[in-house]
Design a protein around this ligand. Structure first.
Ligand SMILES: Nc1ncnc2c1ncn2[C@@H]1O[C@H](COP(=O)(O)OP(=O)(O)OP(=O)(O)O)[C@@H](O)[C@H]1O
Ligand SMILES: [Mg+2]
Length: 261
């Protein structure tokens, strides 16, 4: 399966530290802050967040409601500009003076996949056509696109539903199509904001397992905001947001805590 072969990128052996010095981060946040509004009504959603994600890593982002998780993800995905600090994607500076990503929109389209809580599929397009749209936007030739669509939908075990409209699919199937769409251009960075919140625990775990597969098979870095501690065993790293402050958690202690919860 050509489109799904491993990227062969160096995979870090533990949190944030690449195996070799030349392993390039997929995403790097340097002292990133986000303040919404100004004056008395200003909200500091993210304060001086610093971290880096490397190819093949599956990373969870936990934290209470309102702690700044979505804000962090939006900045990582170039959907919101930071108030201060730097966002780097594959070593290229995305914001501020000296930014080397000239067209963030085009960069996002080609290099970043998003999955949200709701699948947000286009209701009058079939499952396959929803994925096709993402490829057409990037000018992938039609025959290549068709091959990739079916490869992806089979990989996600939803190929048998490819001609169905979204409202004929179950919630889990719709979310799989949304994952296929996000992966269509084989982005090195996949960002997901509570992608399993609308699913039961079995379907939720299936979707999380898919992300794990994507990280492992394609060498993508995957960052998932989640409240579901039952799938934490699938993650290589766990980041935590508390009142806008980002920190790294030890995976083992989190697993022990959720096992005894
Ligand atoms: N566009 C916005 N304008 C003003 N304030 C905002 C905006 N987006 C988020 N906020 C505020 O920033 C803070 C962080 O919000 P954010 O959505 O990032 O949190 P979250 O951790 O994703 O929460 P949840 O788990 O509920 O989704 C909150 O106080 C929120 O009210
Ligand atoms: Mg949120």
């Amino acid at each position: 399966m050509s489109a799904l072969k491993p990227a062969g990128a160096p995979i870090p052996d533990h949190a944030g530290t690449p195996v070799s010095a030349d392993a390039m981060s997929v995403l790097e946040l340097r002292d990133v802050s986000k303040v919404y509004g100004s004056g008395d009504t200003a909200v500091a959603a993210v304060s001086n967040a610093t971290t880096a994600l490397y190819p093949g890593q599956m990373v969870a982002l936990l934290g209470p409601s309102g702690s700044g998780k979505s804000s962090l993800l939006l900045m990582a995905g170039l959907l919101e500009a930071p108030t201060s600090g730097s966002v780097l994607l594959r070593g290229q500076l995305a914001n501020g003076p000296g930014a080397s990503i000239a067209d963030p929109r085009a960069f996002r389209r080609q290099h970043i996949g998003f999955v949200f809580q709701k699948p947000n599929l286009i209701p009058f397009l079939s499952a396959a056509e929803n994925v096709q749209l993402a490829l057409e936007i990037n000018d992938v030739p039609a025959d290549q696109a068709q091959r990739r669509i079916h490869e992806l939908l089979s990989y996600l075990e939803v190929d048998h539903r490819s001609d169905n409209l979204p409202n004929k699919l179950s919630g889990g199937e719709q979310q799989r199509v949304a994952v296929a769409r996000a992966m269509a251009n084989q982005p090195p960075l996949l960002l997901a904001d509570e992608p399993t919140a609308a699913l039961d625990s079995k379907r939720g775990r299936q979707v999380m397992s898919l992300f794990k597969q994507v990280a492992r098979d394609l060498g993508a870095a995957v960052l998932v905001v989640t409240h579901d501690h039952r799938s934490l065993d699938l993650f290589d790293r766990i980041l935590q947001m508390d009142d806008g402050h980002l920190s790294e958690r030890a995976v083992t202690s989190m697993l022990n805590a959720s096992a005894t919860a």
